[in-house]
Design a protein around this ligand. Sequence first.
Ligand code: AMP
Ligand code: DBH
Length: 549
Amino acid sequence: MERIAAVLPLNQVWPDDFAARYRAAGHWRGETFPGVLRARATERPDALAIIGGDQRWTYADLWARAEAAAAGFLGLGLRPGDRVVVQLGNIAEFFSTVFGLFRAQMVPVYALPGHRLTEIAHFATKAEAAGYVCADRGADGFDYRVLARQLRDGVPDLRHVVVVGDAAEFTPFAGLDGDRAALPGDPDPSSVAFLQISGGTTGLSKLIPRTHDDYLYSCWASNEICGVNAESVFLCALPAAHNFPMSSPGHLGALHAGARVVLSPTPSPDVAFPLIAREGVTITGLVPPLALLWAQSAAATKHDLSSLRVLLVGGAKLTPEAARRVQDAMPDCRLQQVFGMAEGLVNYTRLDDPDAIVLETQGRPISADDEVLILDDQGNPVPDGQPGNLLARGPYTIRAYHNDAAANARSFTPDGFYRTGDIVCRTPEGYLVVQGRAGDHINRAGEKISAEEIEDHLLAHPNVFDAAVVSVPDEYLGERSCAFIIPRGDRPRAVALKAWMRTRNIADFKVPDQIVLVESFETTAAGKISRKELRARLRARLLEQEAEQ
Ligand code: AMP
Ligand code: DBH
């Protein structure tokens, strides 16, 4: 008999008065992901929806493929409400998979292609996932079927593995189909559509339940701010599962508008530029280091980039000098800064803002109903222009993580504000300028790394007595990671320690960029100091030493 384990229900609930207000304001329209795609497939069946590799799918194609996948998932024994970890790169099947899951009222859990067994097992366990969808190999050659075998052994409740491409012993995605009559109706718009992944500020990543109503609002409202309409062509150059290229306005914004989504397997200019020229791409989004790389390459390229009207840059701070360089290199394309988070709140500079705002701020919130607080450490509001902790509440900002009472107690105030962990200033015009982070994480070219998570891995090494991981400014990455290690027994060599970290089955971007061996952490005469203070001191000392050299 099939084992049916009781799983935690998925919820994301706003208090009734807030929900009523968001509906009355027209933010929450009662749309759902399968409902939106069905509508577009009916209105414009022959319009191109997805272009990826050698695939060119119209809206009718995408809908038909989603229905086949949905029926196939049901046929395998997956049930509405089941959570399914999806780890796919920028390939067309990403879309037939996730819309297939939506159509069957199953819940994708979005993993990034760079995640490895440690992260995937954590997502699967925390979400109580029943399935995993991956590709045979990634764009970098990584074999996800090896990961799938280890995952199945380690997470027994994960019963189904579906593979795009050569499936080996697993279920091939290409063959999925089944009885369409068995498909459920459309979901409740206030139900959880998927689980997004947090950047992992403290410890392991948390799961972010987003509803159809709230997420679709952030997508279509972003379309209005970024000028996306049915004629737009959106290039997805960052990993499709990341919240930024998914919703700001992202591929889901583009599909909501009935526009065209072009998938780039990597964001490198030699791959993306020919796609822009060939497909007439009008809008895309990049993290700052890539924007600088594109700016440099755009000057010398033979490819025609003149179709590009909007370049969104976000995920990490774009300094005013870098912003100017990007804007100057691509004068016909408007730079738009975006400061967002998978938990909700997204800020944009507006297309008609003066240069001073576009170059020097990270924008203002999407919605008139976004409530933003900037507080000092005692919880008092700071005046405009002064840095403080950013808190947010609104029609697309979550009120709770999934299955994580400790994180919820830390991350939300009793009246429902999300503590973003970002330190920002507000300008008199209401725009936000990001100053830094309150917590200890490293924003490595837009990839967020928790210091604590990496320290935990390092402490598992027999020759590591203690470890402290800090962020260091980096010309190219914005920030890189540096691990201070107090050795025990044989002194480990930095290269060997990095190689050993790779055997921990973690995403490559989490392997420390720099390792510094120290004899002690020289805590003060006063004795114990907090980890936070320790990291701050180690970082300051390293920067001083570098400055002296
Ligand atoms: P994540 O948790 O991965 O969704 O990352 C969200 C975090 O990325 C935010 O809380 C910020 O710390 C950072 N972030 C995103 N966009 C920007 C930006 N434009 N400037 C500075 N930091 C940003
Ligand atoms: O970094 C992010 O998470 C991010 C950046 C820009 C984001 O989630 C978004 C826009 O929606």
